[in-house]
Design a binder for this molecule. Structure first.
Ligand SMILES: [Zn+2]
Length: 155
């Protein structure tokens, strides 16, 4: 069951930021299937759904240099654990236990989202948050497909 509920406003830990959410996607697989039967994603309830949120940074934790308060960001959905061998070695993209934002950890169907600063991607001033959210969802797949095609500049 999906319902509106008040929860405490999150506070950032070291390396984390708080995003005031302005846009979030409604994804067929990552929202509807998870709501229907969990989608075999290892969902733990209670859960705040919501992938691909975009918004404004309202607070930053210790050791966060970027982004800063008032920066516009969209959120990369692969949340690194921060404690595995790869994360501790400064290679978060090689994380051994990544979680999916809005599926395996609380997502963007909320006023505020706590997320590692490394998940934030800057959003230019002229780009609406809804557009940034859609780009966040679809750009990685398109980019990956172009990489598979071995495209080079000028192709
Ligand atoms: Zn990790």
């Amino acid at each position: 069951m999906l319902r509106w509920e008040d929860v405490p406003t999150p506070t950032p830990g070291p390396g984390e930021v708080i995003v005031q959410v302005h846009a979030v996607s409604v994804n067929r697989t990552l929202d509807l299937q998870v709501r229907q039967d969990g989608g075999n994603y290892g969902v733990t309830l209670p859960l705040v759904l919501g992938v691909d949120p975009s918004g404004v940074i309202v607070d930053v934790g210790q050791s966060v240099e970027q982004p800063q308060v008032n920066d516009r960001v969209t959120i990369f959905g692969g949340v690194r654990c921060g404690s595995c061998q790869q994360c501790m070695a400064g290679n978060p993209r090689g994380c051994l236990s990544p979680r999916m934002l809005g599926v395996q950890c609380w997502g963007g169907y909320a006023e505020y989202l706590r997320i590692p600063a490394s998940n934030c991607v800057p959003v230019p001033d002229g780009l609406p948050f809804a557009h940034a959210t859609v780009i966040t969802r679809h750009f990685p797949l398109a980019f990956g497909e172009c990489s598979l095609a071995d495209l080079k500049p000028g192709d």
